[in-house]
Design a binder for this molecule. Structure first.
Ligand SMILES: *Cc1c(COP(=O)(O)O)cnc(C)c1O
Length: 379
């Protein structure tokens, strides 16, 4: 079983994103959750070669992975979790990080003092997501602390996160967030502080809300070749002729047939009684199961490609195996290629189609792809 990462697709997607946001907006490549399942160690070098020099991660551990790969040739930003004992190393290595409460700010200050090295901070403010970020009141207190200790800080950014710009249903809330962010920015400037970057936009906002771009956008899902939602794609198409999708899927997930057999009419297949053969059928077992991220909810519903034919998953998805009905797929033998996500001849299985079946969204399916599957870069 292998996951292929297409270099040309990455180049294509980054070029498109650049065209959308403009030359003066820096792109931070979001590689949390093992680069959305693409494999942080595989994906980061490919993005780097395609011109990316800023990476965003969720946690310290992910930051260290990127740090080892990029060897100080890219900026790294931790948007979320850093254990108290890990903060010293973050400051020492010059890794940038979010400050979303006064505790984190004070911890950063004390590490910066001990190390005699300024902490590179991004001030995260609460604009309406109500997850993390400094309230107006705490922001004022934070400004005092920062101004009184200015030599211990490098103010890399002012930032916030939008609560669902991929859906028009959230339009008013998102608009209000963008405005609120503006008032924080003005307040910061009034105090004589000029952050290097102001950033608010994820993929969906970068496309749908130009006013949220400022001078840096944090791009996750789009660089991997997926629109955040169908609405975002439609918004992109507005004022364009045609319906061509300019994004290219980066990932292909493939396996091979492990064993083939005939099952007689009236027999149940795999555990239990969820699938009854209503005719004599040919089945192929593929060594992929829920332990690799092939969701159990695809039992009796998933589709794969074999011999260029779309074939059904029958019975339950097991821990390491699925059974496929290959009755109409011609001569299928052990070793034949099986496409779980990707293309074969003119047929395609998209991550979107999984989502429609299982209600899981792209993000979740991708990020659950097992780390044990080898990732290979292809052109
Ligand atoms: C994941 C994440 C992003 C990227 O979101 P996409 O929709 O994948 O572009 C941006 N900012 C923050 C804070 C995130 O957690």
């Amino acid at each position: 079983m292998e996951i292929h990462i297409s270099r040309s697709a990455v180049e294509n997607n980054l070029k498109l994103i650049k065209k959308i946001v403009g030359e003066n907006v820096r792109i931070s490549s979001v590689v949390k959750a093992n680069a959305y399942g693409h494999g942080i160690e595989t994906y980061v070098p490919v993005a780097k070669e395609a011109g990316i020099d800023h990476f965003s991660v969720f946690s310290y551990n992910e930051a260290i992975q990127v740090y080892k790969i990029t060897k100080k040739t890219a900026d790294i930003m931790i948007m979320g979790w850093i254990g108290t004992s890990q903060l010293k190393d973050v400051v020492r290595k010059g890794i940038e990080f979010y400050v979303f409460n006064l505790e984190r700010l004070n911890d950063a200050l004390s590490e910066a003092k001990t190390l005699k090295k300024p902490a590179k901070i991004h001030i995260e403010v609460e604009t309406g997501m109500n997850r993390t970020g400094l309230s107006k009141k705490d922001f004022k207190l934070a400004l005092r602390i920062i101004l009184d200790n200015i030599k211990h800080f490098e103010i890399k950014g002012l930032c916030s996160h939008l609560a669902g710009p991929e859906s028009i249903a959230n339009h008013v809330r998102v608009k209000n967030q963008i405005n609120t962010f503006g008032t924080f920015k003005a307040e910061l400037e009034k105090n004589g502080l000029a952050p290097e970057y102001c950033h608010l936009a994820c993929s969906a906002a970068a496309v749908c809300y130009p006013g949220s771009r400022h001078n840096l956008v944090r791009i996750g899902i789009m660089q991997y070749g997926f629109w955040s939602s169908r609405e975002v794609f439609l918004r992109y198409l507005h004022n364009k002729s045609g319906f061509d999708n300019p994004l290219k899927r980066v990932i292909t997930w493939k396996s091979e047939v492990m064993s083939v057999k005939t099952v007689k009419t009236g027999k149940f297949i795999s555990y239990g009684t969820t699938y009854l053969a209503s005719e004599d059928i040919r089945t192929a077992v593929v060594p992929v199961g829920y332990s690799f991220g092939y969701s159990r909810s695809l039992s009796n519903r998933g589709r794969v490609l074999i011999n260029g034919v779309r074939c059904s998953v029958i019975g339950l998805v097991n821990m390491n195996m699925i059974t496929i009905d290959v009755t109409r797929a011609g001569d299928v033998k052990p070793g034949d290629e099986v496409i779980l996500i990707g293309e074969q001849n003119d047929m395609a299985i998209s991550v979107d189609s999984f989502s429609e079946i299982t209600q899981q969204i792209n993000y979740e399916i991708l990020s659950r792809l097992s780390r044990d599957i080898p990732r290979i870069v292809v052109e």
